[in-house]
Design a protein around this ligand. Structure first.
Ligand code: MG
Length: 286
């Protein structure tokens, strides 16, 4: 599958949004405040449990991850939004509350979607310059994110990059769902059920069928192929593992809390690299 020339210039750039364009830790204050208020309505007093769970996650974010449908699908410390959900799951487990998983997922998704819009908008310092330069290039740039399209659009409006109208945004990509795509695809058939990384004691599950459908739509729209695509994101198994296995070049854009296994896992890929600066994306367009 990975026969593309590693030096070739990408013909499509796909970017994640939260944590990739933005400084997620810096913008999360008001999100947490509102989230805590809603959580208190469900849990009553829970501050000590929250602090305990947060410390447990920080010790081993790879193993205390975002659990979806019985599988860990992302590290628990990957961003404040994820961390809040993981902590809530740990508290609910401890208390034996909301044991019906569908019901629990609905409650946690509502907490997330209700409060995500209350977060500040804090962009990475280089975001505007890099996005403007990308938009000025001849390569199409698409944002593919789990967050709601409208909220991400609003944030990008605030960034107000030159060439904004050329920036495509697809939200609700549900990169966390391990499933087959609605329409089968031989490219997806070749994706293994699990991948084992050297520095992580659990498997990664790359068969993210909804994410695949979104990416396939972008490839169809742009007339490009996976191996002609550069995907940049801040969470290895959510943003990058699937496109990497499909043959895309991938770039992990790190934050201070990026887990070590993500960096070593991405760097070990044939077409993977690790950076803490979005200029690296631009550099690939020459
Ligand atoms: Mg992200």
């Amino acid at each position: 599958m990975r026969t593309a020339d590693p030096t070739q210039r990408p013909r499509l750039v796909v970017l994640d949004f939260d944590g990739t364009f933005t400084d997620v830790e810096a913008e999360a204050g008001p999100f947490y405040e509102a989230f805590h208020e809603d959580a208190r309505a469900i849990l009553g007093d829970y501050e000590a449990e929250w602090a305990r769970a947060q410390a447990t996650i920080a010790e081993d974010p790879g193993m205390h991850g975002w659990l979806h449908d019985g599988r860990i699908v992302a590290p628990g410390d990957a961003d404040p939004y994820l961390r809040a959900t993981v902590i809530m799951n740990m508290i609910l487990d401890e208390r034996g509350m909301l044991t019906d998983l569908d019901e629990r997922t609905a409650v946690l998704q509502k907490l997330y979607f209700d409060n995500y819009p209350k977060a500040d908008t804090v962009f990475r310092p280089e975001a505007k310059e890099v996005v403007e330069a990308l938009l000025a290039s001849d390569v199409p740039v698409w944002v593919v994110t789990n967050s709601a399209t409208r909220h991400v659009q609003e944030k990008i409006d605030r960034l107000d990059p030159k060439g904004r109208e050329a920036l495509h945004v697809i939200g609700d990509a549900r990169k966390f769902i391990v499933t087959d795509p609605a329409t089968p695809d031989p490219r997806f058939d070749g994706i293994p059920a699990t991948v084992q990384l050297d520095d992580l004691a659990r498997p990664i599950y790359p068969r993210r069928g909804h994410y695949f459908e979104v990416l396939r739509g972008v490839w169809n729209d742009t007339g490009t192929k996976p191996e002609e695509t550069l995907v940049a994101g801040d969470i290895f198994e959510l943003d990058l593992m699937l496109p990497a296995l499909l043959g895309s070049e991938v770039m992990l854009v790190t934050k201070p809390r990026t887990a070590d296994f993500e960096k070593t896992g991405c760097a070990a890929l044939e077409r993977g690299s690790v950076t803490d600066d979005l200029h690296a994306v631009l550099a690939r367009l020459g």
